[in-house]
Ligand binder design. Structure first.
Ligand SMILES: CC(C)(COP(=O)(O)OP(=O)(O)OC[C@H]1O[C@@H](n2cnc3c(N)ncnc32)[C@H](O)[C@@H]1OP(=O)(O)O)[C@@H](O)C(=O)NCCC(=O)NCCS
Length: 172
């Protein structure tokens, strides 16, 4: 079995969108409505949006390949404040949850934060997404605050902001 993390390329975008759609439609119906899932996918997972992010040089998308097949991905972007990196996306194919792949991508994001000299890595997670919250807690994140976002069309993101301080010297 081979496992590899590599930067996402433009040619990976169709496979990534298919993977994201599959994960969202399997995972989120117990958390948000199917209408909200479709609305959020349409905002975030189009070739135009992802392609523009890749070309901007201000977002870092990574794919995790299991025997050459993309089974998970993450994306980071500069945080709101100096010295912060935001983990904007972290998704693992649903039949592979609980095998450490999410934690692997989290450690990869932490390493990126360290290399960029960031002192803090943070993310947003739906308050009802218990499995993901558990994963972040197990990886040393803690809940900083609750945050509600009006994303239009009557949809609300009801999130926790979770964060982790990054050791700049020693890896972990
Ligand atoms: C959240 C997610 C990225 C975590 O990735 P993963 O590969 O499943 O997580 P890991 O295998 O690295 O698990 C990390 C820890 O969290 C725990 N965990 C994972 N899912 C859990 C769940 N549903 N309930 C309780 N604990 C859970 C694991 O037990 C593990 O702890 P351990 O190593 O001490 O046993 C993945 O489950 C996922 O893609 N979920 C659906 C999409 C999603 O919610 N993404 C996050 C958006 S903010």
């Amino acid at each position: 079995m081979s496992l590899e993390i590599a930067p996402l390329r433009e040619e990976d975008i169709p496979a990534l969108i298919a993977l994201a759609r599959d994960i969202w439609h399997r995972h989120y119906p117990s958390i948000i409505s199917v209408e909200q899932i479709e609305y959020m996918l349409a905002q975030r997972y189009t070739p135009e949006v992802i392609g523009a992010q890749l070309r901007s040089g201000r977002a870092w998308w990574d794919k995790l390949l299991l025997d050459g097949v993309m089974v998970a991905f993450s994306a980071c972007e500069p945080g709101e404040h100096e010295g912060e990196l935001k983990l904007d996306k972290l998704y693992v194919r649903c039949d592979l949850h609980g095998r450490g792949y999410g934690s692997l991508l989290l450690r990869n994001a932490q390493q990126r934060a360290r290399e960029m000299g960031c002192r803090r890595l943070y993310l947003q997670v739906n308050r009802r997404n218990r499995g993901a919250i558990e994963t972040y807690l197990r990886n040393g994140f803690s809940i900083s605050r609750e945050a509600k976002f009006d994303i239009g069309h009557g949809f609300i993101m009801d999130d926790y902001v979770m964060s982790k301080d990054i050791e700049l010297e020693a890896g972990q």
